[in-house]
Design a protein around this ligand. Structure first.
Ligand code: FES
Length: 153
């Protein structure tokens, strides 16, 4: 299959790789870069476990072709903390006990960061609506929304 070179920035680090043109951003992150925080739930755009930020916007990395990301800035769950200092939303998830099995959590947190940046945090209902692409099979939605709302301030 044809492959192409692509240069992008991942969590502040410039990266250049040659990948099969069909490779998803999710597989690029997990298999080429060893960044396994982004999870493969459905691999079809339906669960949000693979959510990352591309140029500050939330995307399902399972649906995003890596070769399309020339020059893009990608932020994953691994890129949110500042050294030993957790991102405020990461801390809020701990404080609010906003997870059970944890599989959806990286996607929830990255999506929550996007939701806060976009300003969709006026009410619990608004947060729930704007994070509706992130499914939690354990049903932690109330606590997830509370963590996002608390972080948004
Ligand atoms: Fe990408 Fe489910 S793994 S949306």
């Amino acid at each position: 299959a044809p492959s192409s070179p692509v240069s992008l920035t991942v969590n502040g680090r410039p990266r250049t790789v040659t990948v099969d043109n069909r490779t998803s951003l999710l597989d690029l992150l997990r298999e080429h870069f060893g960044l396994t925080g982004s999870k493969k739930g459905c691999n079809a755009g339906a669960c949000g476990a693979c959510t990352v930020l591309v140029d500050g916007r939330r995307v399902n990395s399972c649906l995003t072709l890596a070769v399309r990301l020339e020059g893009a800035e990608v932020t994953t769950i691994e890129g949110l903390a500042d050294g030993d200092q957790l991102h405020p939303l990461q801390q809020a998830f701990i404080d609010e006990d906003a997870f059970q099995c944890g599989y959806c959590t990286p996607g929830q947190i990255v999506s929550g960061v996007g939701c806060i940046r976009e300003g969709h945090t006026g009410s619990p209902e608004e947060i729930r609506e704007w994070m509706s692409g992130n499914i939690c099979r354990c049903g932690c939605y109330v606590k997830i929304v509370r963590a996002v709302q608390q972080t948004a301030g």
